[in-house]
Design a protein around this ligand. Structure first.
Ligand code: PLP
Length: 470
């Protein structure tokens, strides 16, 4: 592609990006596409000859865009947000333009140095102490996998990578049932095994891990000859926003030599607001913490911040050049590919830096505070409606609810029918969760473009749908 053609289509892409954002409100939030419908419009084999960019662009608009669910939509209240603030999109275009590879310092010195600086800014912003050092991972799932590998290696005296796990005592990791499925998969992939991921019971309205349950589980494992290796705490669980209260759990874990990883993928970035920090008070004693700027904070996916207390344990586990450790801390060179499972690394720090500067912490705080206020007001309004009840206590901008028409019908089926009607309507997008075996509807406000009016509209639609189906 010659320079002029590239310039032309790069401009077209920028125009698409701006138009897309401006017209998003008029689109249905969730794609109205049936399985297989998009693939059926595409040729089965690749082209032998070059096609003009105009044809590619035309097919993108005609076939692909209508098959997308719009995560930037102001009425996206499903899952968790995946905000792509325009500033982060621009940074991503720039990084893509350079095709940057950030595996070693020398392969992109500015990327490495900016990663250190941007992550330290974010550390200060969320109020973590200076003894935490960060690395950008592609996702929280990868950060959690690295934490499981470090747990494993610490428990095995850093011999597991060399000799494998067969014939060894069982390593045990403790978590509640509220943790994300990435914790289950980290147990599988790290070789620790799902049977060795022990679910500790939860208590209280925030469904946090019961310290006595953790003590009892560790004692039972020690008595059985197993080796307790790690504890995973959840700050803002996916289903209902469950919160494990850190200080006592971490004290117990450290008394038994466990490595403690905190999954705050969603809620962690909200700690830029000091008034929310009670939710994770005590996490500064943990060994590893993950939070996702690619969720609420507005950094275009993907960008996951992984903070470590001991970089040496992490590198002893992951670094492919053990001799490199000898110089760690003694020179100014960091090679981040030694800190992650994959070798090649994207230039993700650029978009984190752009977002922090383009919005300022105050701009980001204002967005989050609005979401929390609007969402909690909506929870109170829904709870006051006849037939409605909250199914879990609101945590930040997340709550869950149920509706009962009072005629003895199957309530799970009724909840599903409500969700289907709401989501097929296209004006909102909500997702379900299961609480104590029963289906509930989840609501979270987190999209950057959401207004108080959108949350009001959600109330009307939820109430009217419940009435229509009663
Ligand atoms: C979103 C989320 C994850 C997974 O995040 P990825 O970055 O997509 O891997 C893990 N844990 C919690 C609590 C989450 O909210």
């Amino acid at each position: 592609m010659d320079g002029e053609t590239f310039r032309h289509w790069a401009h077209e892409a920028a125009t698409f990006a701006a138009d897309y954002r401006e017209t998003l409100r008029d689109q249905p939030v969730r794609a109205r596409t049936k399985p297989g419908e998009i693939a059926a419009q595409l040729p089965e084999s690749p082209p032998e000859e070059a096609e003009p960019m105009a044809a590619l662009f035309e097919d993108f608009r005609r076939i692909i865009v209508p098959g997308m669910t719009h995560w930037q939509h102001p009425r996206f209240f499903a899952y968790f947000p995946a905000n792509a603030s325009p500033a982060s999109v621009i940074a991503e275009m720039l990084s893509s333009a350079m095709g940057a590879q950030c595996l070693l310092w020398q392969t992109s010195p500015a990327a490495t140095e900016l990663e250190g600086v941007a992550l330290d800014w974010l550390r200060q912003a969320v109020g973590l102490p200076a003894d935490f050092t960060g690395v950008i991972q592609d996702s929280a799932s990868s950060a959690t996998l690295c934490a499981f590998l470090t747990m494993r290696e610490r428990a095995l005296g850093f011999t597991g990578n060399a000799t494998g796990l067969s014939g060894r005592e069982r390593l045990r990791v403790y978590a509640s049932a509220e943790v994300h499925t990435s914790i289950d998969r980290a147990a599988w992939v790290s070789g620790i095994g799902h049977d060795n991921l022990i679910r500790v019971r939860t208590t209280g309205p925030l469904r946090g891990m019961d310290p006595a349950g953790l003590e009892a589980a560790i004692a039972a494992d020690l008595a059985a000859g197993h080796r307790p290796a790690g504890l995973v705490l959840c700050v803002g669980g996916t289903g209902t926003g469950a919160i494990d209260t850190a200080p006592e759990l971490i004290r117990i874990a450290h008394r038994h030599g466990l490595f403690v990883h905190v999954d705050a993928a969603w809620a962690g970035t909200a700690m830029i607001c000091p008034e929310f920090r009670d939710l994770w008070a005590g996490v500064e004693a943990a060994d590893s913490i993950v939070l996702n700027p690619h969720k609420w904070l507005g950094v275009q996916f993907d960008c996951s911040a992984h903070y470590l207390r001991s970089v040496d344990d992490h590198l002893r586990t992951l670094s492919i050049q053990p001799e490199y450790l000898k110089t760690h801390g003694h020179d100014d060179i960091t090679n981040y590919s030694e800190w992650t499972v994959q070798l090649g690394r994207r230039f993700r720090a650029l978009k984190l830096w752009f977002v922090l500067r383009a919005h300022g912490l105050n701009g980001l705080r204002e967005m989050m505070r609005n979401h929390v206020r609007w969402s909690q007001a909506l929870a109170a309004r829904i709870a006051a409606e006849p037939g409605f009840a909250l199914a879990s206590t609101p945590v930040l901008s997340l709550f869950t609810f149920r509706h009962d028409p009072g005629d003895g019908r199957d309530l799970d089926a009724h909840m599903l029918a409500m969700l289907t009607a709401i989501n097929d309507g296209g004006d909102l997008y909500l997702t379900p969760t299961r609480i104590d075996g029963h289906l509930a509807i989840r609501f979270q406000a987190g999209a950057m473009e959401t207004t108080e009016g959108d949350v009001d509209a959600a109330f009307q639609i939820i109430r009217d749908t419940a009435r229509a189906l009663s």
